[in-house]
Design a protein around this ligand. Structure first.
Ligand SMILES: *Cc1c(COP(=O)(O)O)cnc(C)c1O
Length: 432
């Protein structure tokens, strides 16, 4: 029998990340300088990002990249993350399907974002920098980055969207516990912040505005660089640890998934989970059905256009070719904050354009129904973002019940929902 949880020993843990771009025939389009419309060079990128990360951002050729020993050591504190056979959920659904999930919520930050936070903080430290700046919306990325910076003794400046700063005081305090300086955005600390406040003194802020402030501080303060928790090539690279561990664990028991499902905000957890499986598909060795799940209110892949667009609302970042709803798109205030992004990783965008990935969009009430069913069966209380993947995994399992097929379904469970109880409350009170 396959165990409930498949473990990896420290020796079995991946020692290299996987860079899917190396195996893609059609490479993702490069980031462009918005002024010249020319591809960004290493020098230009290194003004904003740490140099080693800028190199990773541009690397289209190396399939495997060594994970520095210090990052491997940090991973050992909370990894491998559990790969769980969802026997209880299968029983509850009475399905012949076999369901597995990879759970990334077992660390204090509560999500997969720590996998890239530690890598980005490490490269900042080895470059001899004093600190990093970033933005956070819902708070998961800021929390993960503060943990990583505390471990490496780096300064961490977080611009937190003002409404989240006020509505999610506990997230804010977790970050401060780890030593981060958290500033509500827009703030009076930056030129762009002052400009926005002058025009809109009562604004509750936005992610786009917080990005602009964090980039401004990074590029005008010596010894600081900007870091980002999703969308970028380098982030997908670091998140490949999720898929690599999953593949090693599944291979031990000769398990082959038929369907692989993940929620898609900027694309980092999905890109990381499917990476090594996508490799086999790209090399023509195996076939897998990949499904990206997004909210109906922010349907980037299913309804967006595949064009060059800014990564932020303030139009200060480079241009990326991606599926996008437009940098001015403001999604309704759904509770899955991590999925409210107008664009999508350029790597996943290219794979989707080439037909390697399917996508679907699901409604908010459906995902909370799925989240609750899952919590009652498997015990884990999922983040609303993660519940998007749960919803589609359940749908696939119910299809198997009708057809009698016993497919193997794998999905990414990206995090826990302890800071989302206000959203659960709305759902329970039928106010959603
Ligand atoms: C940030 C986040 C996501 C979405 O981000 P991706 O880059 O698309 O993976 C999903 N789930 C959780 C719990 C998150 O914190």
């Amino acid at each position: 029998m396959i165990p409930y949880k498949i473990y990896l020993s420290e020796d079995e843990m991946p020692k290299q990340w996987y860079n899917v771009r190396a195996d893609m025939k059609n490479k993702p389009a490069p980031l462009l300088n918005p002024a010249t419309k020319e591809p960004l060079t290493l020098e230009e990128l290194s003004v904003i990002f740490c140099e080693e990360l800028a190199k990773q951002e541009l690397d289209d050729t190396d399939a495997f990249i060594d994970i520095p020993q210090e990052i491997q050591n940090f991973y050992k504190m909370y990894r491998p993350s559990s790969l769980v056979r969802a026997y209880c959920l299968e029983k509850k659904l009475n399905t012949p399907a076999k369901i597995y999930y990879k759970f990334e919520g077992n660390n204090t930050s509560g999500s997969h974002k720590l996998n890239s936070a530690i890598a980005q903080a490490y490269y900042a430290k080895t470059q001899g920098l004093k600190g990093v700046t970033t933005e956070t919306g819902a708070g998961q990325w800021g929390t993960a980055l503060s943990m990583a910076c505390a471990y490496l003794d780096l300064d961490c400046l977080v611009f937190m969207v003002k409404c989240s700063y006020e509505q999610k005081p506990f997230r804010r305090e977790v970050m401060r516990t780890y030593g981060a300086k958290v500033t509500p955005s827009p703030s009076m600390n930056t030129v762009i912040g002052r400009k926005i406040l002058e025009k809109h003194p009562n604004t509750s802020g936005s992610l786009g505005c917080a990005i602009s402030e964090a980039v401004e501080v990074a590029t005008t303060t010596p010894g600081y660089r900007y870091v980002l928790g999703s969308v970028l090539n380098q982030v997908l690279l670091h998140q490949s640890i999720i898929g690599l561990e999953t593949k090693i664990a599944m291979d031990k028991y000769n398990i082959e998934p038929d369907v692989i499902i993940g929620c898609a905000g900027g694309g980092s957890n999905l890109g990381g989970l499917i990476g090594p499986f996508m490799r086999e598909k790209l090399l023509g060795k195996k076939d897998y059905h990949f499904i990206a799940v997004e909210p109906a209110s922010c349907p980037t892949l299913t309804r967006g256009k595949y064009v060059y667009d800014f990564c932020d609302t303030g139009m200060v970042t480079p241009l990326a070719k991606m599926y996008t709803l437009g940098n001015g798109f403001i999604p309704s205030a759904i509770h899955a904050g991590g999925l409210r992004y107008h664009g999508m990783s350029s790597t996943l965008s290219q794979l989707y354009a080439d037909g390697y990935i399917d996508a679907c969009a699901v409604k908010q009430t459906e995902i909370f129904e799925a989240a609750e069913l899952f919590a009652r069966a498997e015990g884990i209380l999922p983040a609303p973002e993660s519940a998007h993947a749960i919803k589609v995994a359940i749908d696939e399992a119910l299809k198997c019940k009708e057809t009698g097929e016993s497919k193997t379904i794998l999905f990414g469970l990206t995090g826990t929902g302890y800071f989302d109880m206000y959203a659960y409350e709305k759902f329970h009170d039928h106010q959603m």
